[in-house]
Design a protein around this ligand. Structure first.
Ligand code: COA
Length: 355
């Protein structure tokens, strides 16, 4: 069965890249900042350390490094990119978009560029857009980036949130493929009624920046962690099951699941509900914390470069985030594992390496 309607092409990832800043912030470092402990953070979240950007680094700088690595792996030039989707909650500025800044830095002069505001689910939403654009022929080459500098919007006096988040970027280049390959299905959802579970109260049109909003620390993340935890587990299970249904697969058919890295306990609970063995579920939250939209493409790039994905590998991505937003994709991987660090790109080879 082809998961795509007649006349719709498939879309597949032909290159990945990631970048995390050099500075490491450990749990022990945080013990000196707020009333917390390495033991509490590790037990309640699975996090040991996270990366923090240098003051002079902007989100676009992280994004550009990840994007260049993805383009190099795909052997695609920047001017071949038709669309750049940057999933972020921490753009360099609100105007212009982070994606336009990334476009300029990459020299991707033929690309349409725009930001995707879907919090931690942003990369999944971006993959959905890329698949639609490629499937309908609107684009041949789409660059999807997840980038966050959450350290810039985290309140380091609030122990409920400051231990969770980190900075980083991940990117993927997508191109056409056969309809039964690549991204087989996408399932994305949102529920604005849950909006105040994770918010930045000030700085938008509702409460523009003022001396009062700064004094109230209104430009930082506020989170209702316990409530989020429950809806996250439900949403991740629901969306992955829907994506699997659309692809005609069961949870145990997946060789690998790459979940958004919000909390090890959220991932464990989701995995148990799906009945999938732990060794199939990717976890790197101990090293990076929650990097929001960047967490899935960072994990993905690590998997690709470690040679853990082969043509035919069935892989699920699943995320939940502020908004609330949630979603999943199911893919049949098309890229061969890297030889000497350079992946042989089956999908591009099959297309003659052309646009
Ligand atoms: C935030 C989270 C780790 C808290 O874990 P939890 O088991 O739910 O903990 P609780 O909220 O019940 O807090 C338990 C206690 O630990 C305290 N606590 C919170 N953060 C702490 C910290 N860093 N160090 C020590 N204690 C802390 C709380 O104040 C509370 O104390 P109290 O009982 O005296 O009030 C968890 O709820 C979570 O991960 N939620 C989802 C977050 C998320 O995914 N956010 C991003 C959206 S994708």
């Amino acid at each position: 069965m082809s998961p795509q309607p007649d006349g719709i092409r498939g879309a597949t990832i032909v290159g990945t890249g990631m970048y995390v800043p050099e500075r490491v912030l450990t749990n022990a470092d945080l013990e000196r900042v707020v009333d917390t402990s390495d033991e509490w953070i590790l037990e309640r979240t699975g996090i040991r350390e996270r990366r923090i950007s240098a003051p002079e680094e902007a989100s676009s700088d992280l994004a550009v490094i990840a994007a260049r690595r993805a383009l190099a792996m795909a052997r695609v030039e920047a001017d071949e990119v038709d669309q750049i989707v940057v999933a972020t909650t921490t753009p360099d500025r609100y105007l212009p978009s982070c994606a336009c800044t990334v476009q300029a830095k990459l020299g991707a002069k033929n690309a349409a560029a725009y930001d995707m505001f879907a919090a931690c689910s942003g990369f999944i939403y971006g993959l959905g857009i890329a698949r639609g654009a490629i499937g309908t022929g609107l684009a041949q080459t789409v660059l999807v980036i997840g980038v966050e500098q959450l350290s810039r919007i985290v309140d380091y006096t609030d122990r409920n949130t400051c231990v969770l988040f980190g900075d980083g970027a991940g990117a993927a280049v997508l191109r056409p493929c056969a309809p039964d390959q690549g991204i087989l299905s996408v399932s994305i959802h949102s529920d604005g009624v849950l909006g105040d579970l994770l918010e930045i109260p000030a700085g938008g049109s509702l409460r523009p920046a003022s001396i009062e909003t700064v004094a109230e620390r209104g430009h930082f993340i506020k989170m209702k962690g316990k409530e989020l935890f429950k809806v996250a587990v439900r949403g991740m299970e629901e969306s992955l099951r829907k994506a699997l249904d659309r692809a005609g697969l069961a949870p145990t058919d997946l060789d690998l699941i790459v979940p958004h890295q919000a909390n090890q306990r959220i991932i464990d609970a989701t995995r148990e509900r799906l009945g999938v063995p732990a060794e199939r579920v990717i976890m790197n939250i101990d090293r990076y914390g929650n990097t929001s939209s960047a967490s899935i493409p960072i994990s993905l790039d690590e998997l690709v470069r470690a040679g853990r994905l082969e043509p035919g590998t069935r892989v699920g991505f699943v995320a939940f985030g502020g908004g609330a937003t949630w979603g999943a994709t199911v893919s049949r991987w098309t890229m061969a594992a890297p030889l000497d660090g350079k992946p042989a790109n089956a999908a591009v080879a099959a297309l003659g390496g052309t646009r």
